[in-house]
Design a protein around this ligand. Structure first.
Ligand SMILES: *Cc1c(COP(=O)(O)O)cnc(C)c1O
Length: 453
C-alpha cells in the first residue's frame, strides 16, 4: 500500500517563471483610479512608491514572467517547499477524504511572505533604492522583508500594528535581528499616525493605519520606496511559485484536487496556491471547488462591498476596486493578525465576482480548535491565519465522512505558529472571545467609501 506522506520536488524543478492569471481570465480586473480625478492611474503615479520593474508587473497581461536568477538563487534556500498528505489527520477525523497541505513554514521567516519579499527587495536594489518602508500585522511580512533587505543591502523600516507589537514581541526581535528598525503603529513619527492617536490614544492599530504611515514616509524621500506584502497583483504573481510546485506535487501523488481551501487576509497565499489550479480549471483540465476562508471579524469578501476604496486608512493610496469593509474599518484585535485587513486583493475580488471562487467566514475559536487538532495529528503548529483554512478543510473532510465521498482536499499551510504561541496559550486557557461583526457595524464602516457607485 502507498503510504507516502511527503512529496518533494528536486531543486531543478523550482519554477522558472511566475504565472499571471490575468492572461487567462475572461476579463481583466478594473484598474486603480486616481483619488481626485477618478481616472485610471498611470505608472508615474506609482513611481514614488514602487520601482518600475514592479509597476510593470502590476499591470502586465503577459501569461508568464521570468524569475530573475538572483531571486531563484535565494528561493533555493527553502524551495521547492514540501507537499504533505495529512494521513494522520485523516485518520483522527476518520474520514475517507484525502487531505493535502502545501507547507510554506519552511522559509526563513516561517511563512509564504519571503516568496515576494525577495523579488521586491531585489528589484528595488537593482534600481538604486537604499531603504524600504513597510507595515506588518502579526510580523510575518515585516520579518520576511527584513530578511530580504538584509540579503540585498537595503535598509528596512517597519510599522507594526500596535496590537501585534504588544502581543508578539518575538517577531520584532526577529526583524531587528535581520537589521530592520521597528515602530508600533499608530506612531507619532507620521502625520497619519499622529491623527489617529489624537482621536484614539489607545488605538490597537490596523494594517490600514500602518500602511498610511509607511507610505507617507516613502513618498517623502526619493531614495526610499514602499513594499506591500499582499493585495497587489505583483505580490500575488510572485506567490504563484506555491501553486506551480503544488500542481507538480499533486501529479506525483497521482491525484487531482476536488476542493482547494485557503485563508485570505489580503489574498496572497490563497492566490499563490490557487491561480495555477484556476488556469487548469479554466482550460477544462480539472474542476476543483475553490474556497477562500476569512475571519468572521474581518469578512471583506462575505460581508464587504465591491467598490473603489483606499488601500490605507488615511487615504494616501490610489483607489482600488475591491471587496472592502471601508478603509476606516478597524477590526477587533483577533489573533490572526495577518487577516485583519479591511480590503481584499482586487484580483481575488474580481475572480470572486466572476463566480470562479467561493468564500466563507470562520470565528477564531473554531479555527484554533482546528489548529490544535492539526498539531496533534501532524506535528506542525500552524500560524493562526492558516487555521482558518484548516477549519474549512476539516469541515469538508467531516462532510465526506457523512456522505462516504473520497474527496481530495488541498490547502495551503502558509506558515507555522511557533512565534504565535501566546495566542494558543489563550485559546487553551479558554480566554478567547469570538467577535461576530454585526450588520450595523458593517454598514457604519462603509459609510465613508470615497466613491459611491
Ligand atoms: C500575511 C499572512 C497571511 C495573510 O496574508 P495573505 O496575503 O492573505 O496570504 C496569512 N497567513 C500567514 C502565515 C501570513 O503570514
Amino acid at each position: 500500500m502507498d503510504d507516502t506522506v511527503k512529496y518533494l520536488l528536486s531543486e531543478d524543478k523550482l519554477p522558472t517563471h511566475w504565472y499571471n492569471v490575468v492572461a487567462d481570465l475572461p476579463s481583466p480586473p478594473p484598474p486603480p483610479l486616481h483619488p481626485a480625478t477618478h481616472e485610471p492611474v498611470g505608472p508615474e503615479a506609482l513611481a514614488p512608491l514602487f520601482p518600475m520593474a514592479l509597476i510593470a508587473q502590476e499591470v502586465t497581461s503577459e501569461r508568464y514572467v521570468e524569475i530573475p536568477e538572483a531571486v531563484r538563487d535565494v528561493y533555493r534556500l527553502w524551495r521547492p517547499s514540501p507537499l504533505y498528505r495529512a494521513r494522520r489527520l485523516e485518520k483522527a477525523l476518520d474520514t475517507p477524504a484525502h487531505i493535502y497541505y502545501k507547507y510554506e513554514g519552511v522559509s526563513p521567516a516561517g511563512s509564504h511572505k519571503p516568496n515576494t519579499a525577495v523579488p521586491q527587495a531585489y528589484y528595488n536594489a537593482q534600481e538604486g533604492v537604499t531603504k524600504l518602508t513597510t507595515e506588518t500585522g502579526a510580523g510575518q511580512w515585516g520579518s520576511a522583508l527584513s530578511f530580504a533587505c538584509s540579503l540585498f543591502g537595503i535598509e528596512c523600516e517597519v510599522w507594526q500594528v500596535r496590537a501585534s507589537y504588544d502581543q508578539k514581541p518575538y517577531r520584532r526581535m526577529m526583524m531587528e535581528t535581520f537589521g530592520a528598525s521597528v515602530h508600533p503603529s499608530p506612531s507619532d513619527l507620521t502625520a497619519s499616525g499622529r491623527a489617529v492617536l489624537a482621536e484614539h490614544p489607545d488605538s490597537p492599530g490596523s494594517l490600514g493605519i500602518a500602511i498610511s504611515e509607511a507610505v507617507e514616509m516613502a513618498a517623502a524621500d526619493p531614495a526610499v520606496r514602499y513594499a506591500l506584502g499582499s493585495v497587489l497583483n505583483h505580490v500575488l504573481l510572485h506567490q504563484t511559485v506555491i501553486g506551480q510546485e503544488a500542481l507538480a506535487q499533486m501529479e506525483m501523488a497521482g491525484e487531482t484536487p476536488d476542493v482547494i481551501v485557503g485563508c485570505t487576509g489580503g489574498g496572497s497565499n490563497f492566490g499563490g496556491l490557487v491561480f495555477p489550479f484556476l488556469r487548469e480549471k479554466l482550460a477544462g483540465r480539472m474542476n476543483p471547488v475553490i474556497r477562500a476562508v476569512e475571519p468572521a471579524s474581518c469578512p471583506s469578501l462575505t460581508k464587504g462591498r465591491y467598490a473603489y476604496d483606499f488601500g490605507d486608512t488615511a487615504g494616501l493610496t490610489p483607489l482600488l476596486k475591491m471587496h472592502t469593509l471601508g478603509h476606516e474599518f478597524v477590526p477587533d484585535p483577533i489573533h490572526a493578525g495577518g487577516l485583519r485587513y479591511h480590503g481584499m486583493s482586487p484580483l481575488i475580488s474580481h475572480i470572486y465576482e466572476l463566480g470562479l471562487i467561493e468564500a466563507v467566514a470562520k470565528p477564531q475559536s473554531e479555527c484554533f480548535a482546528a489548529g490544535v487538532r492539526f498539531a496533534r495529528a501532524e506535528g506542525i503548529i500552524p500560524a493562526p491565519e492558516p487555521t482558518h483554512a484548516l477549519a474549512a478543510a476539516i469541515e469538508e473532510a467531516l462532510a465526506c465522512k457523512q456522505t462516504g465521498e473520497t474527496k481530495v482536499i488541498l490547502t495551503a499551510l502558509c506558515g507555522h505558529g511557533q512565534l504565535d504561541l501566546p495566542s494558543y496559550g489563550r485559546y487553551l486557557a479558554g480566554d478567547l472571545v469570538d467577535h461576530q461583526l454585526s450588520d450595523e457595524a458593517v454598514a457604519a464602516a462603509m459609510a465613508n467609501l470615497p466613491v459611491t457607485s
